[in-house]
Design a protein. Structure first.
Length: 253
């Protein structure tokens, strides 16, 4: 990206962010007293680190829209929206066992996701468990740190029913809830944006376009959640429900 090439400090930051990702110590740069990145510079870093990850054998399989729901805005003290990339190596199937030590301070969100169809519209919609490296190192949380660290995303656990459910199937649904070890720890509406999935996709298309990127058929998009971010620990059993019906789950070991 031009921003990275025009500023050697960003080239060094990209290399550092890539090393930090490999070591599961994200964002060490932000613990130090440095000049603040602009949001566009943070996106440039995110894109360049993604390029390095893909060159090493991974692949971008979609995007997340984040930092928009009231739960996260209140928790983080900042408001987006922001976008980040999803990677093939970090997508898990419902029912899988996740290794806690494979993450940096693992935390989860219950969220709705969509799949982009051949015509570019929403082909399917389904609940997921979004995974996070819940680490902020700066003296205060900033959107630049969040974006440069790829939205602190660490992947997602995908419902095994995701191919059969369409957006219209959720019209009458009311409550998205997160249950950990049999206890409901968070619950709220399905969509973070007032216009639901359609508004999230419209915003994402526009924001990606600013950087020369675009959604593709088959892309997975996490549409944002009104719920909060919840740390988990080894031994936890996490489920996401819609109106008390379980759709996706994982266990932490």
């Amino acid at each position: 990206m031009a921003n990275v090439q025009s500023r050697p400090v960003l080239e060094a930051l990209v290399a550092r962010q890539w090393r930090d990702y490999q070591r599961r110590t994200p964002g060490t740069y932000f613990a130090e007293a440095r000049d603040t990145l602009t949001l566009d510079e943070a996106y440039a870093v995110q894109m360049e680190v993604a390029r390095l990850r893909c060159a090493a054998g991974d692949a971008v399989v979609g995007y997340k829209v984040g930092c928009i729901g009231s739960g996260v805005v209140e928790q983080f003290g900042m408001s987006g929206p922001i976008h980040a990339r999803l990677f093939r190596s970090e997508i898990r199937n419902s029912g899988e066992m996740l290794q806690y030590d494979a993450y940096a301070n693992l935390a989860i969100e219950g969220e709705m996701a969509v799949r982009i169809g051949p015509s570019g519209g929403i082909e399917a919609a389904f609940p997921v468990i979004e995974l996070h490296h819940f680490v902020f190192r700066g003296p205060r949380k900033t959107l630049a740190e969040l974006v440069a660290n790829n939205g602190i995303n660490a992947g997602a656990v995908i419902s095994n029913r995701h191919t059969a459910l369409m957006l219209k199937d959720w019209t009458a649904s009311r409550t998205l809830s997160v249950v950990v070890n049999g206890i409901t720890i968070d619950a709220g509406a399905l969509w973070a944006m007032r216009g639901g999935a359609a508004e999230a996709i419209e915003w994402l298309r526009g924001d990606l376009g600013r950087f020369g990127a675009a959604l593709k058929p088959g892309d997975l998009v996490l549409a944002g959640t009104p719920l909060g971010l919840n740390p988990v620990k080894p031994g936890d059993h996490v489920m996401v429900l819609i109106d008390d019906r379980k759709y996706v789950e994982c266990r932490i070991s």
